[in-house]
Structure formats: C-alpha cells, structure tokens
Design a protein. Sequence first.
Length: 173
Amino acid sequence: MDRIYRLIDLRERIMRSIAIMFVIILGLMISAGCNDSQESSYQSVNNIDAVSIAIKADTLTPTSAVVLIRNENDYICTFGTYYSIEEKRNDKWYELPYIIKDDIGWDDLGIDVGKTNESKIEVEREEDWEWLYGSLSPGEYRIVKEADIRHQDPDINGRHYFAAEFSITDEMK
C-alpha cells in the first residue's frame, strides 16, 4: 500500500513538473513573439537633394544628440518636433517601442529651414530620447524626422522624411 502511495505521489510530482515546464516554455514563446518593435514604415527617406539631417559631431550619447537640419534649396522645409528612433537589425530598420505606457504628445511647432529672411539654412535641435526610448544599447540606429516642403513642383511639394544614421558603442555607456 505504501508503495502505491509513493507511485501516486511520484506521478503527481512528474505531472506538476511537466505543467510548470509547459507554462515556462509557453511564457518564453509568448514573450519572444511580443517584441513591440515593428519594421520601419519609412520606405523612402532623404529623397530631396540638398535637404539633410545629421548628428552634430561630439554630441551623441546613448540618450540624446544634437540634430542638424540643413536645407540648401530655394524652398522652405518645415520640420516639427516629432521624431522616431529606429534600430538596424539584419539590414532592416525597426521602430523602437516606447518605454512609457502613457499617451504621449508632441508640440505642434513649425521650424522653418530654408533660404528666406525669416528662416535659417541650418537649424540645430537637441533631441533627448531617454524619456521615450531609454538609454540605447550598442548598435546601429537612425533618427527619422518628417518635413513639409512647400514647392510649386507637385513631386516635391508635401511631406517627406529625413534620417540620420548613428552608432552607439560600448565606450559610450
């Protein structure tokens, strides 16, 4: 009789162990599939000649950078405050997920960059992304900004996207 109880107890422990392993494996599969990053929605960037963005030398950190926005054309580009950070993996760009769970908003400012009396050819903007993305791990990234361009040519007139690529290294941490 004692032997039967031991077999039943052993069977119950094995079943519990299998159930726990199943839950752990299922949890790992779900968490691996729940990567919030998705492939970039910006298929065309930097497609207007003489308009560019770049990271200013010696300003890049894992949490911020000074972005230079430059327009050497004869039309006005209006940039806003919105930007996104993307990471390059396997030669594809992926949007980084926000670390905050609350809704966010962006100031609706228009920053004119161009050759007029009111605007400059080049504008500097410090972008601090720690609040939105945290401190970036070593890897290849790009910051993407959108611009509205006013021009008579319908192929140029409208919304365009500009990106500046950068690398975060272990030495920056």
